[in-house]
Design a protein around this ligand. Structure first.
Ligand SMILES: [Fe+2]
Ligand SMILES: [Fe+2]
Length: 229
């Protein structure tokens, strides 16, 4: 089984996933062969200290393996120091045996489903943050990541089952947000091109902090924890 959740922001919004598995009485039904995928702003790499240890321990207490995309609120210096390994067809950072970061522009085969991932996003509050302490420029993808994402999708003939991203394609953003702050256009338009080229069943995203459906193909998550598909 694969479950999906939106941003947890470290210890701020993690309770929803704890509650979900407890309230649904899933603690003893699921195993580490089942998955929870968090769609960015996870902050299990944040202070490289007590906070991270607590988040890591809490995620490891869940009955599933935790997979996550990076959002804009991650400590990318800490994240990039973890070893990269191949896992289910794509590249991951292994934070713990049961916590894996799904890297940008990769295609994974998980539980029989083909999933393309692309994290990253723009912090609209970055003027109040300090570089290297609470903000990192790597939050926005670089040219190499954009190219690799497109290339890997091309290798799949642009056919996947699901697309998971932190932010959303431009037209989706325009339909859920009437006052778009600038800074993220490049990524949103890239995802827009992906959405036009790719054949997929459904696209899930976080970042916008709302539980929302756009048409029958796009779904944003925040409070809801759902089953993939
Ligand atoms: Fe967020
Ligand atoms: Fe975000």
């Amino acid at each position: 089984m694969i479950y999906l959740a939106g941003d947890i922001h470290g210890n701020h919004d993690i309770q929803k996933v704890i509650d979900f598995f407890e309230l649904e009485s899933l603690m003893h039904v699921l195993t580490k062969q089942d998955y929870l995928i968090i769609l960015g702003d996870v902050a299990v790499c944040w202070d490289d200290d007590v906070h991270d240890e607590w988040v890591k321990k809490t995620l490891q207490m869940l009955p599933v393996t935790v997979l996550w995309l990076d959002g804009n609120h991650e400590n990318f210096d800490v994240l990039s120091a973890y070893p990269v390994r191949s896992w289910n067809g794509g590249k991951v950072h292994q934070i713990a045996p049961d916590i894996l970061h799904l890297m940008r522009g990769q295609c994974f085969e998980i539980d029989g489903r083909k999933i393309w991932t692309f994290g990253g996003g723009y912090s609209i509050d970055k003027m109040y943050r300090t570089e290297g302490i609470s903000w990192w420029p790597q939050e926005m993808p670089n040219e190499e990541e954009y190219e690799r994402g497109m290339e890997i999708l091309k290798q799949e003939n642009f056919q996947v089952d699901y697309i998971l991203t932190h932010t959303a394609p431009r037209e989706v953003v325009e339909s859920i947000c009437n006052d778009i702050v600038s800074g993220e256009e490049e990524l949103q338009y890239y995802l827009q091109r992906i959405s036009q080229k790719a054949d997929f069943k459904k696209w899930y995203f976080g970042h916008w902090h709302m539980d929302v459906s756009v048409g029958d193909k796009y779904q944003g998550l925040m409070e809801d924890v759902i089953c993939l598909g």
